[in-house]
Design a protein around this ligand. Structure first.
Ligand SMILES: *[C@@H]1O[C@H](CO)[C@@H](O)[C@H](O)[C@H]1NC(C)=O
Ligand SMILES: *[C@@H]1O[C@H](CO)[C@@H](O)[C@H](O)[C@H]1NC(C)=O
Length: 224
C-alpha cells in the first residue's frame, strides 16, 4: 500500500484499527502505529457489529484530517490497484456526487444461520442498492452528509457497514443526485483477471499481486 501511495502523490492510506480485549495487544498496536504512522486507532472494541463505526471514522478522517475529494473504504484483506481506481474516478463527472463499487440491487437479509439479521435490526424486506464492503468509493459530500447526520444523532446504523452506506447514500440521493457507478472489477469473491480490487488475499498473495503489477499484469495469485 505504501508503494501505491508513493506512486500517486495525491493519495493517503490509513489502517483503521479498533481495540482488542487484551491490553498487551493494544500496547503492540500503539507501538506499531507510532512506528509506521499509517494506523488510526479507534476507541472502541473491534467487533463485527461495530465495524459501521469504523466507516464513520473513515469519513471523518477523510473530510476533517486530509480534505479528501474521494474516500475509498477497503477491508484489510483487499488488494487495491490504486492508480486504476483513480483513473476510474477520473472518468466520472466531477460535478456530481459519486458512489462507486460492486453494486448489489434488491438484496435481501439472511434471516437464518450464523449471519442472520433479525427483524429488529432490519425490518424491511430488501436492502437499498449498496456497494460491496471489500472496496467502494464515495465523494466527499456524501462523507460530509454522514458526519453531519451522525453529529445530529440522526444517522441510522446497521451492523453491515456496506448496507449502512447504501442507506445513507440513498438518503443523500433524495436531495442531491448521486452517480451510482457499478463495476464487477471491484471483486467481492476473491480475484478475477483485470481486477480493480481483489478480496480475501493473504499477505503472501498481496506481495505476489504487487509483483505481477510491477510487470504490468493484473493477474491473480491462486495459492494461499
Ligand atoms: C484528526 O483531526 C482532529 C481534529 O483536528 C484531531 O483531533 C485528530 O487527532 C486527528 N486524527 C488523526 C488520526 O490524525
Ligand atoms: C436517486 O435519485 C433519483 C432522483 O430522485 C432517482 O430517480 C433514482 O432512482 C435514485 N437512485 C437510487 C439508486 O436510489
Amino acid at each position: 500500500m505504501q508503494s501505491s501511495v508513493i506512486k500517486s502523490s495525491n493519495v493517503v492510506a490509513r489502517f483503521f484499527v479498533a481495540l482488542n480485549p487484551r491490553k498487551e495487544v493494544n500496547a503492540v498496536l500503539k507501538r506499531e502505529a507510532a512506528y509506521f504512522g499509517d494506523i488510526v486507532i479507534l476507541p472502541f472494541m473491534d467487533r463485527y457489529e461495530l465495524v459501521v463505526l469504523k466507516t464513520i471514522a473513515i469519513c471523518e478522517f477523510g473530510v476533517q484530517n486530509v480534505s479528501a475529494a474521494y474516500i475509498m473504504k477497503c477491508d484489510d484483506d483487499t488488494f487495491v490497484r490504486v492508480d486504476t481506481v483513480l483513473k476510474e474516478i477520473d472518468r466520472t463527472s466531477p460535478y456530481k456526487s459519486l458512489y462507486m463499487g460492486n453494486l448489489n440491487l434488491l438484496h435481501r437479509p439472511l434471516r437464518n444461520g450464523k449471519w442472520a439479521v433479525t427483524f429488529e435490526e432490519w425490518p424491511e424486506e430488501v436492502y437499498p442498492p449498496y456497494a460491496n464492503g471489500p472496496g467502494y468509493v464515495i465523494s466527499t459530500d456524501i462523507a460530509k452528509f454522514v458526519i453531519a447526520q451522525n453529529g445530529k444523532r440522526s444517522l441510522r446504523l446497521f451492523k453491515m457497514e456496506d448496507v449502512s452506506m447504501g442507506m445513507w447514500v440513498e438518503q443523500f440521493n433524495s436531495s442531491t443526485p448521486v452517480q451510482y457507478s457499478h463495476n464487477w472489477k471491484f471483486c467481492q469473491y476473491g480475484c478475477l483477471e483485470n481486477y480493480y480490487t481483489a478480496h480475501y488475499q493473504s499477505p503472501r498473495q498481496m506481495i505476489c499481486l504487487w509483483d505481477k503489477l510491477a510487470r504490468g499484469r493484473a493477474q491473480c495469485c491462486s495459492f494461499r
